[in-house]
Design a protein around this ligand. Structure first.
Ligand code: G3H
Ligand code: 13P
Ligand code: ZN
Length: 327
């Protein structure tokens, strides 16, 4: 049986245009939280409702096949309804994170996504332009937003993996944006994906992000929404909890929150956070398992993990992104 097509507006979702416009003027960033399962989605929505924050919930290719594409469509619709039943009108966008092909973007658009990323950052410049153009042409017909990327982040991200990062070249951004017609652009300024963002020798501290590159890009495309990937802070309280309860995350380190606050106040309109949520969730599950080894009801440990994720997302919205109260 073929999957039924649906437009995101029917699910109560919105694209990113208005969100980004307001974030640019208001000098904050829209949080983009990755999710894979019910409890993560419930936590993100609850926290964003409680803080009155607009939100982008995003799924990778891997997350979409984990959750099932059809299930995901109904989960997104359920998320919107849940927010409304909580008495909140926060804008919610469903976004494909790191789409790696035209076909995947098309399939997401056809199944209710309101925004897609086509990640051609690993391709030669002209191929990245051509692929992005093709996705934009399809997305335009449905008023779906498109994010693209210039420059390569280090780290592993599903099918998109890269051993070496390369910063975005500011001299390319203007041409790329005008040729492709994208709605936002992810750039590489020193972040990377995952929980091991920097290799630090004893006594060394995290190197600052390349704000000079960000400023140079913003100058060349004034008022255009910029996206920051790999923006987890790898909160050490969660790393310690994981390690205390039998985990092994040695040397996990992320982007300091004060740097993200600076980025959020700039032309960066979307900040992607996945690893921090994973760490909070895993830390709580490990703690529950260790403290109550007789328990085997998943609602007990997943429920605690969900509560912890609510706390984390509220903290991010209120003190890092500045998106609380902006819905
Ligand atoms: O940037 C990638 C996200 O963290 C998603 O990761 O492909 O393991 O779902 P994933
Ligand atoms: P983190 O691994 O830093 O959370 O980055 C997530 C991300 O960029 C998703 O696209
Ligand atoms: Zn990313």
């Amino acid at each position: 049986m073929e999957r039924e097509k649906v437009h995101y507006a029917e699910l109560g979702l919105v694209n990113t245009k208005d969100m980004f416009q307001r974030a640019m003027v208001g000098k904050y960033a829209i949080p983009a939280y990755n999710f894979n399962n019910l409890e993560q989605l419930q936590a993100i929505i609850t926290a964003c409702v409680e803080t009155g924050s607009p939100v982008i919930v995003q799924v990778s290719k891997g997350a979409r096949s984990y959750a099932n594409a059809t299930m995901l469509r109904y989960m997104a619709m359920g998320a919107v309804k849940m927010a409304r039943e909580m008495g909140s009108n926060i804008p919610i966008c469903l976004h494909l994170d790191h789409g790696d092909s035209y076909e995947l973007c098309q399939s997401c658009i056809d199944s209710g996504f309101s925004s897609v990323m086509i990640d051609g950052s690993h391709l030669p410049y002209d191929d990245n332009v051509a692929l992005t153009q093709k996705v934009v042409a399809y997305a335009r017909q449905y008023d779906v937003s498109v994010e693209a990327e210039l420059g390569v982040l280090a780290g592993i991200e599903d099918e998109v993996s890269s051993e070496h990062s390369s910063y975005t070249k500011p001299e390319e951004v203007e041409d790329f944006v005008s040729q492709t017609g994208v709605d936002s652009l992810a750039i590489s300024i020193g972040t990377s994906h995952g929980a091991y963002k920097f290799k630090l020798k004893p006594g060394e501290s995290v190197p600052p992000l390349r704000f000079d590159i960000l400023d140079e890009c913003a100058k060349r495309i004034p008022g255009f929404p910029i996206v920051l990937h790999g923006a987890s802070s790898v909160l050490q309280e969660y790393v310690a909890m994981i390690n205390n309860y039998g985990g092994k995350l040695d040397g996990a380190v992320g982007v300091p929150e004060d740097q993200l606050r600076l980025a959020a106040a700039s032309a960066v309109c979307k900040i992607n956070i996945d690893s921090d949520g994973r760490l909070a969730f895993t830390a709580k599950i490990r703690e529950c398992m260790a403290l109550d080894p007789k328990e085997f009801d998943p609602r007990k440990y997943l429920g605690e993990a969900r509560k912890e994720l609510v706390r984390l997302v509220k903290h991010k919205n209120e003190t890092v992104l500045g998106s609380a109260g902006k819905a």
